[in-house]
Write a protein of this length. Structure first.
Length: 253
């Protein structure tokens, strides 16, 4: 596996804004301006109401290398979720290739390049399973805070303020552009201004890190009513794959 240096403060698997990253010192009540608030709430309602969803996430991260400079690394994740207890994610990145299958109370993570996998009993709902992985292993699914079913509370947990910056395009899609501030990060969010208020882009700036590196992700291929075959949540070990503990799999990263 390519052992490229990992970005400090990012979790080990996929690297995404998560409740664990956003709950430092929670502000009593964030100051969200009058234009940003209804747009943000609409997005949260759309995501939380979806019984199933599919999307693709294309992300880049600035990370320090041995020279002390920042370098940019990339990953693409395809995600499918059916509430309350099914999720799959497949990621190709500069760090390697990973796949995840979650169904009921069983989670399997496969390191494709090293052909090792780990299966573990986990809580039986998507949100609880994602929290379990963060708490126990510092493993973060792609787009975790957009999947757990309490999007508003998760994303605003430590926010001090939010501003509306106007209508700006992500590709050819007109989006509401929002800017949020909290103790150690600034983050921007672009929300589709069309009929379906899904997130289209997010940028996180790490203010306390040297050179203030950024995480940038665009989200497309959204489907909030997909036809999903249940078999995609079933794991079959590849030929010759080695079964290890989740702790050993994480340590391999």
């Amino acid at each position: 596996m390519n052992k490229t240096p990992r970005f400090p403060c990012h979790a080990l698997l996929f690297g995404m804004i998560t409740s664990a990253m956003l709950t430092g010192c929670a502000a009593p009540e964030p100051k969200i301006d009058g234009k940003a608030d209804p747009v943000f709430r609409k997005m949260c309602s759309v995501l939380d109401a979806a019984p199933a969803l599919k999307l693709r996430v294309r992300a880049s991260m600035d990370r320090p290398v041995d020279t002390g400079q920042l370098a940019q690394f990339h990953r693409t994740s395809d995600i499918t979720m059916v509430r309350p207890d099914c999720l799959s994610a497949h990621t190709k990145s500069d760090d390697g290739v990973w796949s995840v299958w979650y169904r009921g109370k069983s989670l399997t993570v496969l390191d494709v390049e090293d052909n090792i996998f780990a299966t573990e009993a986990v809580p039986g709902r998507v949100g609880e399973m994602l929290d379990y992985l963060v708490d126990k292993y510092d493993l973060v699914m792609p787009m975790a805070d957009f999947l757990i079913g309490s999007t508003h509370e998760s994303l605003l947990a430590a926010v001090d303020s939010g501003e509306y910056l106007g209508l700006h395009n992500v590709g050819d899609t007109a989006c509401h552009h929002l800017l949020f501030k909290q103790e150690s990060i600034d983050w921007q969010l672009w929300i589709d201004a069309g009929e379906t208020a899904v997130p289209r882009k997010i940028v996180i700036t790490y203010l306390d890190e040297p050179d203030q590196p950024q995480y940038i992700a665009t989200m497309d291929n959204w489907d909030l009513s997909p036809h999903v075959a249940s078999e995609i949540f079933n794991f079959s070990p590849p030929a010759g794959a080695k079964n290890v503990s989740m702790s050993d799999l994480v340590a391999n990263r």
